[in-house]
Design a protein around this ligand. Structure first.
Ligand code: GAL
Ligand code: MG
Length: 981
């Protein structure tokens, strides 16, 4: 048979001569190999291949696979790798639309004319020893379709970018040099099913392996575990498929718990075999205790080992009990994230080490679940989830978002009821299922993402249900078309605000509810996350959600800067919509993680003056494996610490007497409880802040006031302040050091966050921008005293009513300046985004120490995870490296700030929010990328009574929740003091 290019555009042809998918098993030649995890059966063909690129199918090379076609002069390319990151075409980022949008008008099934083709060639040596085996080749991921030739002969064709394609090539290979030739098509009919919101690439982007298969061989294995009613007895069922005829072979199957043998059986026949082992008092697998047993299957021939297979087994039960999803009999709550496999240098080519790092970050951040959005990940991801303990929703590589948006011709919705696509989609589901079926971590199969409803996906659900009764089926897309409501076992929604979730679950108790995506973490986001995690405590039916998403999909440019869509001159683009991670592309944690980790913690503590109520929300873990550090702080200084072990069974509460008594109300006291594991890693915390009525005291020292028609000077010991009557504070000199660079002024504007941009913040709040830039002093007055001087300014705001902003500076004899600013808003106008003052200081004032909420940036709707304490930062580092520069670096509940140039310090006292950044909000507003910001020339200190919350339910319109806005009815007051030294 020859390759037929018509297949590429025919949705009914998606494979040719490809092997049926099998469980991803670890094969070794003998036990030594197994011990060292090094298999001689597997020869990695990664590395340098020869490569030729063609702009289109028409221009593709149809001779290159021939044995005597010389490819040695071709360029080199790396496998695995995307073509677009190796100089062929450019990386393109689009969300819903198909990449050919605005270039070619085609309907589902058709493929664009601009369809670049990659020609890959690799020569490999095969020896006689190898030829004693069957020989297969496995491509773990090729986007979007490819054809394979070995030694000039056509072997096969395959689609589905994200599952392995294995071909038996025994009949094509020979001893000596062999030519492997692969033609990769950027677009195929399958591309219509791969419209995920991600970077659009093509090429061989996952491992390629040559597999040596002994003639007697475990071809497939299926493991399922069953438990009795009280989980004290388990049965491990094995379905083995052994191929080969040799009558001298013996197959020994053993079950181990670590090194200890539990049971063993020998089979003397090949073919399909069923076995089971009983385990008494099994250690159950869960994310809290990911205990794994091992199955080892050894095939011998005439007493000699020829193949050893190792398979981890987790004994667990996942099912719906009384309407709720339960793991080992207990109601599960998913503290999940969605994750794209993505690395800033290599795109979706991501190594085991990088992956492990991601999953460890999840574990450390109290994340217990992963949705492999939106395709089956590399096989080792699931091994790691089994080992580390992460619940997985494994998702079929299917998304047709661009076919059913409201602007698209409804008749072309894919797949809907169009049975022409059924086999293609079942094949995708099957490849995922068969490869991944033995992983205890996978609890749920997801039928795909955003592919509408209809019969085809319903059939897909039935297909998987029939194959697997030990897991549940998830599909969110029926939200848009409920014609086949049984498609999903779970009610799954995306981005539903917490109040609407509450309403839905009270009206629809039929299915357990999850949010497969929520809390859109784009830029400075994740406001009011706690509203969702509060729901899980109130409503059993709400079983958690998966944050969108784990890591920014940003690509590092040659200059080291992280870039987003459009930056590679790729158009159309959805620009920085690819950056929604709670982790930055370089894997440093974003400040959002502070909140996520807190909201996701499993130990809940309620502290008041008398008691500490501790609730253990783990399902299987006694708290006695942790240590509680209970600390009392006075004005931020630790004064007492008690450590305690608390023996508390899962799902139980305990009332502990508050060990501290605090009577002094003139100093700020607070309690912090930190719960740590054996590695000193904090797993949970809670704080309690005592009420405090600090008395403000000011100096009684004489001052000198010098006034003329333009300026006023206030002179005291070691300081002098100067005001321009028309413009404000022009100078504050302490110990001969001038601290004011630009006159401070009221500020009401914050640079737009991504959420702001999309909820039309700029448009809605527009008058507050000129109000901040162009407020005008309308009136001023001076009140002189022997020991203090008060200077009033009244500011008039453009485009607003007559209400003035009143700012009073009170200068005391020791140089302390108290600022009082108030404003009575007019209900006719939208509330201010922020109410505060901006100081533009000399850039040498670049180090900040403060007592307030931290350590990471926080906002009134994202500060539950923040901890009251003393922190410090360098101003340049406070510019959070969001892909798109935006409001950042704020701290709430701040009582004291010191900003220093190394020699001199400016002290601020008050009860404020603040940020110190190298840029003004206006400069930040003007920049679309980090490198568009000016060189640092100043320190911008903003001190706010309050700034509105940052929102986060989604980044396509969701606004800051009402309670986190500034009032436009009540009067606003800002009160703090400055003192230089
Ligand atoms: C969802 C989609 C994700 C992503 C997200 C927005 O609708 O499933 O893939 O596009 O929105 O960032
Ligand atoms: Mg989508």
């Amino acid at each position: 048979m020859e390759m037929n290019k018509e297949w590429i555009k025919n949705p009914e042809i998606f494979k040719m001569n490809r092997d049926d998918p099998k469980a991803s098993l670890k094969y070794y030649k003998n036990k030594e190999e197994m011990e060292h995890e090094k298999s001689s059966f597997k020869i990695l063909l990664n590395g340098v291949w020869k490569f030729e690129y063609a702009e289109s199918l028409e221009k593709s090379n149809d001779e290159f696979f021939k044995v005597d076609y010389d490819c040695t002069t071709w360029n080199d390319i790396n496998v695995p790798g995307h073509l677009q990151l190796q100089g062929y075409g450019k990386p393109m980022y689009v969300n819903q639309i198909y990449p050919w949008s605005a270039s070619e008008e085609i309907i589902p099934g058709e493929i664009p004319l601009h369809n670049p083709v990659g020609h890959y060639v690799k020569y490999i040596d095969i020896n006689d020893e190898m030829l004693k085996n069957d020989i297969k080749i496995c491509f773990h991921g090729v986007e979007s379709a490819f054809a394979l030739w070995i030694n000039g002969k056509f072997v096969g064709y395959s689609e589905d970018s994200f599952t392995p394609s294995t071909f038996d090539i025994s009949q094509y290979v020979k001893a000596g040099k062999n030519k492997i030739a692969v033609q990769v098509y950027r677009f195929s009919s399958g591309s219509w099913l791969e419209d995920q919101d991600f970077w659009r690439f093509s090429g061989i982007f996952r491992d390629v392996e040559l597999l040596l298969v002994p003639l007697t061989h475990l071809d497939d294995l299926k493991v399922i575990t069953k438990l009795n009613d009280d989980y004290t007895k388990a049965v491990v069922h094995l379905d083995l498929d052994i191929i080969g005829q040799n009558s001298d072979s013996e197959i020994t199957v053993s079950l181990y718990d670590k090194k200890q043998l539990i049971a063993s059986e020998t089979v003397e026949q090949t073919g399909k075999q069923k076995l089971h082992f009983c385990v008494d008092q099994p250690q159950l697998w869960s994310s809290e205790n990911p205990h794994l047993y091992q199955i080892i299957i050894e095939i011998t021939e005439n007493g000699k080992t020829i193949e050893v297979v190792q398979q981890n087994v987790g004994i667990r039960e996942f099912q719906i009990i009384d309407g709720l999803m339960c793991i080992n009999g207990k109601r599960i709550v998913f503290h999940g994230v969605n994750r794209h496999e993505f690395s800033p240098r290599t795109g979706r080519v991501i190594s085991y080490e990088e992956t492990k790092k991601d999953l460890l970050i999840m574990k450390e951040s109290n994340i217990n679940a992963l949705r492999t959005s939106h395709y089956p990940n590399q096989a080792f991801v699931y091994d790691l989830c089994d080992e580390l303990g992460l619940y997985v929703i494994d998702e079929v590589n299917l998304e047709t978002h661009g076919t059913w948006s409201e602007f698209f011709d409804r008749e072309h919705i894919l797949p809907n009821n169009n049975l022409k696509w059924l086999d293609n989609i079942l094949d995708r589901a099957n490849s995922m299922y068969e490869r991944d079926k033995n992983h205890p971590s996978i609890l749920i199969w997801s039928l795909g993402n955003e592919s509408y409803g209809g019969e085809v996906i319903y059939q897909e659900s039935q297909f998987l249900r029939k194959k697997d009764q030990t897991r549940l089926i998830h599909y969110e897309g029926i939200f848009y078309d409920r014609s086949y409501p049984d498609t999903s076992d779970i009610e799954s929604q995306m981005y539903t605000p917490a109040v609407d979730v509450e309403k839905f679950i009270t009206e629809h108790p039929e299915k357990p509810f999850i949010l497969c995506e929520y809390a859109h973490a784009m830029g400075n986001s994740n406001g009011a996350l706690y509203k969702y995690t509060d729901l899980e405590k109130k409503y059993p039916l709400y079983q958690g959600g998966f944050i969108w998403d784990f890591v920014d999909q940003a690509l590092e440019d040659k200059d080291g800067i992280l870039r987003y869509g459009g930056d590679f001159k790729d158009r159309p683009s959805d620009y920085d919509f690819c950056g929604n991670g709670i982790v930055f592309a370089d894997r440093t944690l974003t400040p959002k993680m502070q909140e996520v980790k807190y909201c996701y913690q499993y130990i809940h503590m309620d502290i008041d003056e008398d008691n500490i109520r501790i609730t253990n929300n783990n399902l299987f873990t006694n708290l006695n494996k942790y240590t509680f550090f209970i600390q009392l702080f006075q004005a931020g200084q630790l004064v007492e610490e008690i450590t305690q072990i608390i023996d508390l069974e899962p799902e139980n509460s305990y009332l502990l007497k508050n060990p501290f008594t605090v009577e002094d109300r003139a100093t700020q006291y607070h309690i912090l409880i930190t719960v740590k594991d054996q590695n000193n890693h904090a797993v949970a915390h809670e704080q309690f802040i005592y009420e405090c009525h600090k008395k403000e005291e000011y100096a009684h020292l004489d001052i000198t006031i010098v006034e003329d028609y333009l300026n006023i000077g206030i002179i005291g010991e070691n300081f002098q302040a100067k005001f321009s009557k028309a413009k404000g504070l022009t100078s504050y000199k302490v110990n001969d050091e001038e601290m004011i660079r630009v006159m401070p002024r009221p500020n009401f504007f914050r640079a737009s966050t991504n959420n702001d941009v999309e909820n039309k913040y700029g448009y809605r709040y527009s008058q507050w921008l000129p109000a901040s830039l162009y407020a005008k002093i309308k009136f001023m007055k001076v009140i002189k005293d022997k020991q203090k001087c008060q200077i009033y300014f009244e500011y008039q705001l453009p485009n607003l009513g007559d209400e003035t902003v009143n700012l009073v500076y009170t200068i005391f004899g020791d140089g302390e300046i108290v600022l009082d600013m108030d404003y009575q808003p007019n209900e006719k106008y939208i509330e201010m985004p922020a109410f505060g003052m901006m100081f533009q200081l000399y850039k040498e004032y670049n180090h900040v120490e403060y007592f307030g909420f931290g350590p990471e940036e926080n906002y009134i709707d994202r500060n539950s995870g923040a901890i009251l304490g003393k922190y410090n930062y360098d101003v340049k580092d406070n510019m959070t490296k969001y892909l798109y520069p935006q409001e950042c670096g704020n701290r709430t509940n701040v009582q004291a700030i010191k900003i220093s140039n190394g020699k001199h310090d400016l002290y601020i006292r008050g009860n404020v929010e603040f940020s110190a950044l190298p840029y003004t909000p206006f400069e930040i507003e003007n920049a679309r990328h980090i490198d568009e910001l000016p060189n640092i020339y100043q320190t911008v200190l903003c001190i706010y009574e309050k700034q509105m919350g940052i929102a986060g339910d989604n980044t396509w319109g969701a606004k800051t929740h009402d309670e986190f806005l500034l009032s436009n009815k009540d009067k606003h007051y800002l009160h703090f003091s400055l003192k230089g030294r």
